[in-house]
Design a protein around this ligand. Structure first.
Ligand SMILES: *[C@@H]1O[C@H](CO)[C@@H](O)[C@H](O)[C@H]1NC(C)=O
Length: 136
């Protein structure tokens, strides 16, 4: 009887251990994704002229150098959940007073023909020169 009980207890512990691993797995991978999220930025539709840009939070990305093909050409962006990315028509993530030259995009797939501007949805197609992301 004592042996049987101990066996059952060990089985229970093993099952709990597996359950814990199963729960821990996704949590760990989400943390990993959050550490170095990518924003997919495209000159056309999703899959057309796209590049995955690794974003570290609160660091401005100019569409210069290797990203200059995106300058004034961005039409679509795919933002990971948990981030808000602001796209600017100026370099350096600078905005004029009123914020009419920027749009703020949260997690999702966005067509820049119709994105949230300072007061209402705006057409920001082929206007972006820089962007910056921050966790939300
Ligand atoms: C982006 O461009 C602006 C204006 O040219 C410059 O001041 C800034 O240092 C650049 N930022 C980065 C991260 O390259």
């Amino acid at each position: 009887m004592a042996l049987n009980y101990s066996y059952k207890l060990k089985s229970l512990i093993a099952v709990l251990g597996l359950a814990q691993l199963a729960l821990a797995g996704p949590t760990l991978s989400v943390r990993h994704t959050d550490a170095s999220p990518n924003v997919n930025v495209c000159t056309g539709a999703v899959g057309v002229g796209c590049i995955l840009v690794p974003v570290s939070s609160d660091s401005c990305i100019n569409f210069t150098g290797g990203l200059s093909f995106l300058n004034k050409e961005v039409s679509v962006a795919v933002i990971p959940d948990g981030l808000a990315c602001t796209f600017f028509s100026q370099f350096g993530c600078l905005s004029a007073p009123g914020g009419f030259d920027e749009v703020v995009l949260t997690g999702g797939t966005w067509s820049f023909f119709d994105v949230p501007g300072a007061n209402s949805d705006v057409n920001f197609n082929d206007l972006s020169s820089s962007f910056i992301c921050t966790p939300v």
